[in-house]
Design a protein around this ligand. Sequence first.
Ligand code: HEC
Length: 256
Amino acid sequence: MKIVGVMLIAASALFALSGEAVFEKKCASCHSEYYIPQSRLLVNYRHNNKDLNLTAPTVTELSFRIKDQVGDRTLDAEGQKFEIEEWLTRFLKEPKAFKTILPKDVRKAYGQMPPVLASEEEIEALADFLYEYAETMMVKHGVKRYSYDEARKIAQKEGKIILIEGYLPYCRGCIWMDRNVMVEPEVKAALNSDFVLVRKNLLIEKLPLGIKRLGTPSFYFITGDGKKVIDMVEGTGTKAEFLELLSQMKAKAHKE
Ligand code: HEC
């Protein structure tokens, strides 16, 4: 009997729908762009969508907005995904009956989304895909992150500063920084040239050197040998402010 159980699980995993494939089939004819840097998008919306002429919001926009606005974002991933699935089931039947989850300037650039038919299974796969995409986007377009041990080795060898980004999964400021600042080309260049990035979920992970955590998001700068805290700061900032912080930390590290 046990063998049959295992086979059943294997078969259902084999036939589980890929959310991305469903999205490609049912949604991508309009939502054709997956990722456009936020700095370009903001200018586009200021120009009333005349630069990029998008047919519908990007997948990145949908994913970040859904994670922030749909269901309870303080639940664990499975809990919130379940609520997103329920919402999508109702939403896809009659999009116009719903209060928009998009920011005003984004929503006003578009007409009305029509109803889209999708099965229960397809919607489950879509909910999963849309929930996960924000993180997929960060991995794909952000700076590579390392474990703390890996970061120490690299920082030591290459004379770089260790930067730990402390976050909580449901922290709005963290999500904002990820999307608006950490993936911007100038920020990536500055991080890649002088820093080694570590990301820690402060709900479940401890900081090294007995550092007491600040609120989130927070940034902990540590010397390349892993022995000393250069400085630590809490809060969000614009791209320019974050670049300024990085350059101050570089100057400070050289003085140590
Ligand atoms: C025929 C074009 C078209 C298709 C197909 C389409 N969308 Fe959209 N969608 C739009 C447009 C245009 C908007 C922006 C206007 C709006 O929000 O209604 C939008 C907005 C959205 C929003 C945000 C709605 C809000 O304002 O809160 C979600 C979520 C969404 N789409 C999901 C999907 C999913 C999932 C699919 C596939 C199952 C899909 N869309 C298929 C055109 C489309």
